[in-house]
Design a binder for this molecule. Sequence first.
Ligand code: CTP
Ligand code: CA
Length: 219
Amino acid sequence: LIAFFQAKPLAGKRVLLTAGPTFEALDPVRGITNLSTGKMGYALARACAQAGAAVTLVSGPTGLACPRGVLRVEVSAALEMQREVLARAGESDVFIGVAAVADYRPATPSAQKIKKNAAAMTVELVKNPDILAEVAALPRPPFCVGFAAESHDLATYAEGKRVNKKLPLVVGNLISDGFGGEDNTVVLFDAAGAHPLATASKTEVARSIVAAIAERLPH
Ligand code: CTP
Ligand code: CA
């Protein structure tokens, strides 16, 4: 693998990634988010840069430092992430959706801080756009890679996402194996089937994923 990275398998390629959670505002000081740390997306961005790619990382709020050689665009809500991704996807060779994009956002965020006057409250949520599916549906899409973090039935859900979103490659992992931790166990899903990778650090897993992407790119 070291020799592989010395060979710069992504030299001349432009890679766009999303990482981290999104934050969907409810009012100026509150919102809906999730426990994604962004570590896997940042590890992949770093691995892509080490493999010679020009890397742009559209990141939700993580508190992580920007990897060396990576151009970071910081966003908060899914709609901002969508805008920044679609502005760059057409000129990218590879798009990797690692972000844990909030599936729903408050329908009508309050401009003012909400007061606790009512005994109970109901928040109406509306669905966010599927950024990865939109990129994959572009007329000349980049090579699109999705992530599927599942609590159960990994193969069924990961392969389902690959087919439904029309992706050549999906990285699946069971959330008991990866979310928040340092090590990761993932399975790659492509048109040929399932390819498990050995459990390793997020850095090593990221390098293996980059190698798998590079092998599948048109030369
Ligand atoms: N994704 C995205 N935009 C969304 C939701 C998901 O780009 N609004 C991307 C993620 O970055 C990931 C892939 O789609 O690469 C799968 O995300 P996941 O949450 O596992 O799947 P969903 O399609 O949202 O389905 P569900 O949450 O119901 O499992
Ligand atoms: Ca989701």
